[in-house]
Ligand binder design. Structure first.
Ligand code: UGA
Length: 457
């Protein structure tokens, strides 16, 4: 007997769509991936991932080989499946508010091909969308183009994702929860069944609610995490002014309180990535349009923007003036194990360094091709950390790559013109690097050290 959750389709084969497709297929669920980008579709058909994500390539290859995953640019491929996930992008507009054009177009195109479908079809919005989008833009586009009403023949749910870049496959295979926002029992039950089949005995808690609440869960989650980072960065900036105080100890101690929790308390140069800033801006904008100004989230964003200036100030404190100085920036990616530089703190720091007249030499194990698209000839690129350090007046650690942890104090001393080091990711033990002019975010250096390192301009 054919089960109603036997096959799915996924519209939008970006990062989320691909990871979702690969993991569903890995559990034996026949999956059709749909994207308008022909080159991307062609690449996926060959089992090659167009984005870098650990494990993704291997999973795609195996799913394609087992004929569990197909890719097409023909949206009518969705009609042969029972459930369609929408995973298209929801970028920011100039104002920071969400751009729903991709989700609207995808819903319209899907509605058109569903017009002739006889049986029940479930549409699931996985893209991050502001509250009201599923029951607003998506529902009206689908209904208009399909000529059907959402209800007994056409199901509609919101079902946000919580995947992190770099661990997305693992996150998809072991989520801490599943959130389903639906208007009726039938759609919620079809989606729950699909997840039951996916996770079997390892089914995580499923929260079933209305679409608006499900949509807000996603924003609340990212807003909380971003606020946690800005919070610890604020504490770090206070700690840094206090000789002998280190934010690591403060984070460790407060993290033991289960009401606070130990994760996401790593102080640094500020959060980056394609989600936190975009989603906070969309949420702030959405809320302001509904007559409430979420001050806390504006402060989270302001603190994050300022954190990059703190990093540059630390370099200035060590060097005096940055004008005509050579600064080695180690790390461009917004976090380790990715080539993604979107909204990375390194971009804000490099722009500021350039503004102050510094010459920047950057190194990153994966992100240089992406950085070249942003900075082209404005900065220099090194082939390894040592050549970035050669002759530099100051080095700044911007990403916590494992390979940077292996750089010893003597390497900085040997390669650099003057061994000034700003550890914006706190990857080194200050004691081991005390021979250098070392400053770390959130580390209150002994006062005599700060004074002896200061070179007046
Ligand atoms: C984030 C969320 O963590 C995911 O749950 C969510 O699904 C995703 O956004 C999304 O909306 O798609 P991601 O952007 O991949 O995931 O990255 P995170 O690992 O959350 O890191 C975000 C930034 O915060 C990075 O720049 C990281 O270096 C920084 N961070 C994180 C800190 O500075 N300190 C910390 O303690 C943790």
């Amino acid at each position: 007997m054919k089960r109603s959750t036997d096959s799915i389709s996924i519209i939008g084969l970006g990062y989320v769509g691909l990871c979702t497709a690969a993991t569903f297929a890995s559990r034996g669920i026949r999956t059709v991936g749909i994207d308008i980008d022909e080159a991307r579709v062609e690449q996926i058909r060959k089992g090659k991932a167009p984005v870098y994500e650990p494990q993704l390539d291997r999973m795609l290859k195996s799913a394609v080989k087992r004929k569990l995953l197909g890719a097409t640019n023909d949206i009518s491929g969705a009609t042969g499946t029972d459930t369609t996930f929408l995973t298209v992008g929801t970028p920011s507009q100039q104002s920071g508010s969400i751009d729903l054009s991709y989700i609207k177009n995808a819903s319209e195109d899907l509605g058109k091909v569903l017009r002739e479908k006889r049986g029940y079809h479930l549409v699931v919005v996985k893209s991050t969308v502001v509250p009201g989008t599923t029951n607003g833009t998506v529902k009206s586009s689908l209904e208009q183009s399909s000529g059907k009403n959402v209800g007994p023949k056409l199901g509609l749910c919101a079902n946000p994702e919580f995947l992190k870049e770099g661990t997305a496959i693992n996150d998809a295979l072991h989520p801490d929860k599943i959130v389903i926002g639906s208007n009726d029992k039938k759609s919620a039950s079809q989606l729950s069944k699909l997840y039951r089949r996916f996770y079997g005995r390892k089914l995580p808690p499923i929260i079933v609610t209305n679409p608006e609440s499900a949509e807000l869960v996603k924003y609340a989650s990212n807003a909380f995490l971003a606020t946690k980072v800005s919070f610890i960065n604020t504490v770090a900036n206070i700690a840094q002014q206090m000789p002998g105080v280190d934010v690591g100890t403060i984070a460790e101690a407060i993290g033991l309180d289960p009401r606070i929790g130990s994760l996401f308390l790593k102080a640094g140069p500020g959060y980056g990535g394609s989600c936190f800033h975009k989603d906070l801006q969309a949420l702030i904008n959405y809320s302001q349009n509904n007559a409430y100004d979420p001050m806390l989230f504006r402060a989270t964003e302001d603190a994050n923007e300022q954190q990059a200036n703190r990093v540059v100030e630390m370099a200035e404190k060590l060097l005096g003036s940055l004008s005509n100085k050579t600064v080695a920036v180690l790390g461009l990616a917004f976090k380790k194990d990715t080539d993604d530089i979107r909204e990375a703190a390194s971009l804000r720091v490099i722009n500021q360094l350039k503004k102050m007249g510094a010459r920047v030499v950057a190194y990153d194990p994966m992100a240089i091709p992406n950085a070249k698209k942003v900075f082209s000839e404005q900065i220099d690129y090194a082939e390894n950390p040592h050549s970035a350090l050669k002759g530099a007046d100051c080095a700044i650690i911007m990403t916590e790559w494992d390979q940077f942890r292996k750089i010893k104090a003597k390497d900085f001393q040997g390669y650099m013109k003057t061994p000034n080091l700003v550890d914006a990711r706190r990857i080194y033990d200050p004691e081991e690097y005390r021979e250098l002019n070392y400053a770390a975010i959130g580390h209150g250096a002994r006062r005599e050290k700060i004074l002896s390192n200061h070179v007046p301009s």
